[in-house]
Structures are given as C-alpha cells and as structure tokens.
Design a protein around this ligand. Structure first.
Ligand SMILES: Nc1ncnc2c1ncn2[C@@H]1O[C@H](COP(=O)(O)OP(=O)(O)OP(=O)(O)O)[C@@H](O)[C@H]1O
Length: 220
C-alpha cells in the first residue's frame, strides 16, 4: 500500500507491559505534535502518557483517581451508560478489569480521523482479537522485547511496580507473546536499542515502508 493509504489506516500497537510502547509514543508525539491522535484502553495510574493531550479518549466506568479529569484522561461514564453504549455496538473493543469497564469507541477513531490525524491505538491481546472481528482494518504492530529478562528488568527499573505487579505483568506478557507467535501482527519491532527501534516506529507511524524485525524466541 502507498504511504498515504497506510497513514490513513489506524495503527494498532500492542506489546507486553514494560516493553517501551509509551516511551516510543511520547517521543513520537514530541516530534509530531499535530499528526497523531491516541487512544489507550487502560493504563496504570502513573503512566506518563496520561498527561499527553489527545483529541479523543477511551471510556471507563471506574471512578476518577486524584488529578484525573473527565475529558482529559478518560471519559468517565456510569456502568449503565457503558452497558447501553456496548449494546449499541459503540465499542471497537472493551474489557472488564477489577470490576470496571474500559473501552475504545468507534467514535474515538472517527474523531481522530476527522481531525486529520492518524489514530494510534494501544490495545492488549484480548482487545486485538476483538478488533480483528471489526472492519477497522488497522496496521497491527507488535513491539517486542529482545528477551524476557530484559522485559523484567525494564518493569523493575521503571519504579512503578511492586514485585507482585511485576510478576502479574510478566504473566500477562506471556499471553501477548503467545499471540504474536501465532503471527497475529503485520509487523514486529524489537525494542532493543531505543534509537534504532524508535526510528522504525517513526516510519511505521508515518506510513512509510519498513522491513519488520524477526520476533525473538522469548523463551528465556
Ligand atoms: N530500548 C530501551 N532500552 C532500555 N530501557 C527502555 C527502552 N525502552 C523503554 N525503556 C524503559 O523501560 C521502561 C518501560 O517502558 P514503558 O513504560 O514505555 O513501557 P510500556 O510498554 O509503555 O508499558 P505499559 O504497557 O505498562 O504502559 C521505562 O522505564 C523506559 O524508560
């Protein structure tokens, strides 16, 4: 496909927690402040991207945390409102975690496209399976760690996780990796050296042709 056509398709990025998705996105948004719109289905409270301005936001039924604002970090909706929207087929993907619903709505994507930006979605494996059943037709990108050992040390080094949550995130990482091993994605970028990985990511985001990396064995 031509760069223009690829740029118009949403970019769905996924990859295990701690692989460096936000790090690369933060760089991209700093380099191109007006080109992209971003939606993330759910993030932990200390996530750096919660402060990134986005033309559209995911919906959640959970209560705002201190410092979070409606329309800035999420659209906070009641459970009834969420279920009504769900019934109307408003969500590209949704999930329930710890008793709260999170979802990415078709409206989010339309708003981003309407603003002339490329829509970037950060969605986990479970949500990606749901997206595959829609006609969204995104480019599926998997951001892979060079090894599981590296992933663990990034999660520990980020300083946001307890030992228990590192273990939980690594368990979830195995599901993400198993999905990638099924060949579910169009393209893999291995985030080994950040500058190298970012350069590839930047090109993918701009819709330029890129040769993907080979998925590492990730069996360590
Ligand atoms: N190429 C890299 N080399 C070394 N450290 C990196 C690299 N990329 C990211 N990191 C570091 O790894 C940690 C995790 O990165 P980041 O928070 O961006 O991950 P994430 O994929 O967005 O995770 P989550 O899905 O939980 O939000 C951060 O401390 C970040 O600075």
């Amino acid at each position: 496909m031509s760069p223009l056509q690829d740029f118009l398709r949403p970019l769905l990025m996924s990859g295990p927690s701690g692989v460096g998705k936000s790090t690369m996105l933060t760089r991209l948004f700093a380099d191109y402040p007006d080109k992209f719109g971003f939606s993330v289905s759910r993030k932990h409270p200390f996530h750096p991207l919660t402060s990134v301005r986005s033309p559209s936001l995911p919906d959640t039924t959970r209560s705002p945390r201190p410092g979070e604002e409606h329309g800035k970090h999420y659209y906070f909706v009641s459970r009834d409102e969420f279920l009504k929207l769900l019934g109307e087929g408003a969500f590209i993907e949704h999930a329930e975690f710890s008793g709260n619903f999170y979802g990415t709505s078709f409206m989010t994507v339309r708003e981003i496209l309407g603003a002339g930006r490329r829509c970037i979605l950060d969605i986990e494996a479970q949500g990606v399976r749901q997206v595959k059943k829609t006609d969204l037709n995104p480019v599926y990108l998997f951001v892979s760690p060079p090894s599981l050992t590296t992933l663990r040390s990034r999660l520990q080094g980020r300083g946001t996780e307890t030992e228990a949550s590192v273990t939980k995130r690594l368990t979830m990482a195995l599901a993400e990796i198993a999905f990638a091993k099924e060949g579910a994605h169009d393209l893999v970028i291995v985030n080994d050296d950040l500058d190298r990985a970012y350069e590839k990511f930047r090109k993918v985001a701009l819709g330029e042709p890129v040769t993907g990396d080979i998925l590492p064995p990730l069996d360590d």
